[in-house]
Design a protein around this ligand. Structure first.
Ligand code: C2E
Ligand code: MG
Ligand code: MG
Ligand code: MG
Length: 278
């Protein structure tokens, strides 16, 4: 996945990944220190209702302020955090921070948090969710957790049981990057998802490809008949917005409405949207 970025910046990490066990342990230490010295920060990308064009929530997206390399993209370091197991404590930090931040927003604004498959292995995830909500004073209904099908791919039974437990709390579960995996459809049968996020690769080609348009339409219709909300990811143009709106997609997320923002800018944005609430 990192290679697809086509950037030169990940070379540093690639060398580390290819190196020996010691190098991996060093990397784990680096990530541990990054966590301890507050080098991680959450950015938030607005999620917008396609009809009203009002912000309905934000997705928390992790950033790493590396002391030498500056801002590092999650596409570069999440795979390494997964490989070293550090995604478990880092993911818990993300969850707790996102719940804390969201607790200061208006009551109708939700927050979405991404989860890695490894976080489901720890057996304590449901407890962590309960504790993060409780400590922040955030109602479960304002939290949404995003998973990709890889969560259900590995160790199916435990992950499913955990997901059911978490959903029974009132937390919504979204399937992220829908359509990019091998069997997204069969996962819809495995678990009652609340939301499908149509991958940005389909949205990007909406204007140029009749096939993409047909696929998006089919996913939206499928969602509707299953009672599942659909979000279009990576909406960058008003043409794309018009198309997904026509097709009945209920929410959009993308650069057209806003890039991921630091928390200070989120507060500014919310002040403009509902001056009395913020
Ligand atoms: P994702 O969850 O699918 O998040 C959407 C990604 O698409 C974000 O990239 C976002 O900045 C980008 N994006 C949104 N709108 C547009 C658009 O209009 N055009 C384009 N070109 N891109 C857009 P980001 O922030 O680099 O995150 C990449 C991935 O890293 C995320 O994909 C997610 O899988 C992972 N990630 C981010 N934060 C976390 C986290 O806290 N935990 C875990 N486990 N994974 C995370
Ligand atoms: Mg996501
Ligand atoms: Mg996605
Ligand atoms: Mg993605």
């Amino acid at each position: 996945k990192a290679k697809a970025m086509g950037r030169g910046t990940f070379c540093f990490f690639e060398t580390v990944m290819d190196a020996d066990r010691q190098a991996r342990r060093d990397l784990e230490t680096v990530l541990q220190q990054a966590l301890e010295s507050n080098q991680f920060e959450l950015y938030y990308q607005p999620q917008v209702d396609t009809i009203t064009e009002q912000v309905v929530g934000f997705e928390a997206l992790l950033r790493w302020h590396h002391p030498e390399r500056g801002l590092v993209s999650p596409v570069e370091f999440i795979p390494l955090a997964e490989e070293t197991g550090m995604i478990v404590p880092i993911g818990e930090w993300v969850l707790r921070q996102a719940c804390k931040d969201a607790a200061s927003w208006p009551a109708d604004i939700g927050v979405a948090v991404n989860l890695s498959p490894l976080q489901f292995k720890s057996q304590t995830l449901a407890h962590t969710v309960v504790s993060a909500l409780g400590d922040a004073g955030l109602p479960a209904s304002r939290l949404e957790l995003e998973i990709t099908e890889s969560v259900l791919l590995t160790d199916n039974d435990t992950a499913l049981a955990t997901l059911h437990h978490i959903r029974s709390l009132g937390v919504r579960i979204a399937m992220d990057d829908f359509g990019t995996g091998y069997s997204s459809l069969s996962y819809l049968r495995l678990f009652p998802f609340d939301k499908i996020k149509i991958d940005q690769s389909f949205i990007r080609e909406l204007g140029n490809s009749k096939d993409c348009a047909a696929i998006v339409k089919a996913v939206v219709d499928l969602g509707a008949s299953l009672g599942i909300t659909t979000t279009a990811e990576g909406v960058e143009t008003s043409d794309q917005l018009n198309r997904v709106r026509e097709q009945g997609c209920s929410e959009i997320q993308g650069y057209l409405f806003g890039k991921p923002l630091p928390i200070s800018s989120v507060h500014e944005l919310l002040k403009r949207h509902s001056p009395e609430a913020a």
